[in-house]
Ligand binder design. Structure first.
Ligand SMILES: O=P(O)(O)OC[C@H]1O[C@](O)(CO)[C@@H](O)[C@@H]1O
Length: 487
């Protein structure tokens, strides 16, 4: 069984629904919850209100991510904000040599997805012409790793030296610092180390762009610095939590610097939002996905979700989803304050790679998983496997088909094998990978966790659990600093 949208985006849930799986009766018994959740999503779209949602400071807070696909005057993505992104695009193209995007969690993961889809693995070794004038692009701040940060600085310094000796000009670096809260340790420590190192190099010119909460009454640290130093600024808008910000200036700042099609990305999200307004669960991909996964977890104990796209450049998509699912639904208390310890545990997997590592567990381990596949139906520049060694029968047998076809045969075989052994699995199928279909997929997943928050009666838009270690870490760092100074 499958739900196919006009665009061709398909949710195939054959191996998750039916006899021995989530049943029609389960969905029918769930109809009141479906109606309530559908209503709650409409209220959220229209007013930003989500029952029980509070900000980090315990204040009622609106939720606006569903506004992002629509470019309208006075909304989060307005003609004005699109124009500013276009200006960023024009200002980096054929001028900036390298962009470093600094951020972590929601200020990194979606950006990495856009980068991988648009640029692939070898972007930074391509010539400027092959990059169509767009700069090299690196990420930093998504760890506090001295070796990787030093390697990045060395790499930029040596490119600067080559530019100086060959072209007799300075090397232009743009640091885009992304942090909603404006002071995250991982992001800011890398920013300071990298900025300090690069500005000491006379062959390098550094520009800084800040992407943070735009509130001027209580500015974030990054906002204050941007105002003090006159750095160009972009917004992480109020009411959009980090893990939903790929559709805002956060993700779109990366898009602008690599030539990713922002209009098509938002267009895809918009078409998906329309589909997710449908009150008929069988025609609403987000509601259907959330309902099947919720029931699979609550009634059948399948409370682990393995997100398994097929194709090397889509692992980051799985990692983006991990944060979305973990921070949105992993909650100790429900909206009434009752302890529920809810949440499906997300797992990153990649096909075919992890068929040679995790699949043993998926196939025979505990019956506690749903394996969610993602498939690209048509690959640009698909390669035919040639018959190079006709005398080797095993190799001759796999020749003549394309790698894209072989990949899909591997995925289907995995799905069939899992299904034959009571292992729940499902498939999101994209006609091709481009900005439009990526927008459809990411938006559907974001909307799906919003629906599941309603089903499970947990606040899908806060993340109080991440404060626990932060409360310990701050004083610990101060103690360490004091003890070092005393020596
Ligand atoms: O954008 P910021 O404020 O630097 O936060 C980065 C990430 O850290 C978290 O707050 C978790 O610590 C995420 O929710 C967020 O996406």
């Amino acid at each position: 069984m499958s739900l196919k949208l006009k665009s061709g985006f398909t949710f195939d849930y054959d191996n998750l629904f039916g006899e021995g799986k989530v049943t029609k009766a389960d969905i029918e018994a769930f109809s009141d919850k479906l109606k309530e959740a559908h209503k709650a999503m409409n209220v959220m779209r229209e007013t930003g209100y989500i029952k029980g949602h509070l900000s980090k400071d315990g204040q009622p807070e609106k939720v606006w991510f569903s506004q992002c696909p629509y470019i309208q005057e006075g909304t989060l993505n307005s003609p004005e904000s699109m124009k500013r992104l276009q200006e960023l695009r024009e200002s980096v193209r054929n001028r900036i040599d390298v962009v470093v995007s600094l951020g972590i969690g929601g200020s990194y993961l979606g950006n990495k997805v856009l980068f991988d889809v648009q640029c692939g693995e070898f972007w930074n070794s391509k010539s400027v012409e092959e990059r169509d004038g767009y700069p090299k692009f690196y990420f930093s701040g998504n760890n506090i790793d001295p070796r990787r940060t030093k390697d990045l600085i060395d790499n930029i310094n040596s490119s600067a030296a080559i530019t100086k000796s060959h072209y007799k000009r300075t090397y232009k670096v743009m640091l885009i610092v992304i942090s909603k809260s404006g002071g995250t340790l991982d992001t800011m420590s890398n920013f300071m180390v990298i900025y300090d190192a690069l500005k000491k190099n006379p062959d390098i010119e550094v520009e800084i762009v800040a992407v943070t909460d735009p509130n001027t009454e209580k500015p974030t640290l990054l906002k204050q610095m941007a105002m003090d130093h006159n750095w160009p600024q972009f917004s992480v808008p109020d009411g959009v939590g980090g893990r939903f910000t790929v559709f805002t200036d956060v993700g779109l700042s990366t898009a602008a610097c690599i030539g990713f099609d922002i209009d098509e990305f938002l267009h895809g999200a918009r078409d998906m939002d329309e589909a997710c307004k449908n009150e008929n669960v069988w025609e609403n991909p987000a509601m259907l996905n959330a309902a099947l996964k919720y029931i699979a977890s609550e009634k059948y104990g399948r409370n682990i979700e393995v997100m398994m796209p097929y194709g090397d450049y889509y692992e980051s998509l799985s990692m983006w989803y991990i944060q979305l699912l973990a921070e949105s639904l992993g909650k100790q208390f429900n909206k009434e304050g009752k302890e529920v310890c809810y949440g499906r545990t997300p797992v990153v997997a990649l096909g075919t790679r992890d068929m040679h590592s995790q699949t043993q567990q998926h196939q025979e381990g505990r019956l506690d998983k749903v394996v969610q596949f993602i498939r690209i139906e048509n690959w640009d520049n698909d390669l035919v496997i040639p018959n190079v060694f006709p005398e080797a029968k095993k190799l001759a047998d796999i020749s003549g088909v394309t790698m894209g076809d072989a990949l899909e045969v591997a995925r289907q075989s995995n799905a069939d094998a899992l299904a034959s052994n009571k292992r729940f699995n499902a498939l999101f199928s994209l006609p091709k990978m481009n900005a439009y279909y990526l927008g459809q997929l990411l938006y559907m997943l974001a909307m799906s966790v919003a629906y599941e928050g309603e089903f499970a009666d947990v606040d899908a838009f806060d993340q109080p659990g991440v404060e626990a270690y932060k409360r310990i870490m701050g004083p610990k760092l101060q103690e360490l600093k004091a003890s070092k100074q005393a020596k």
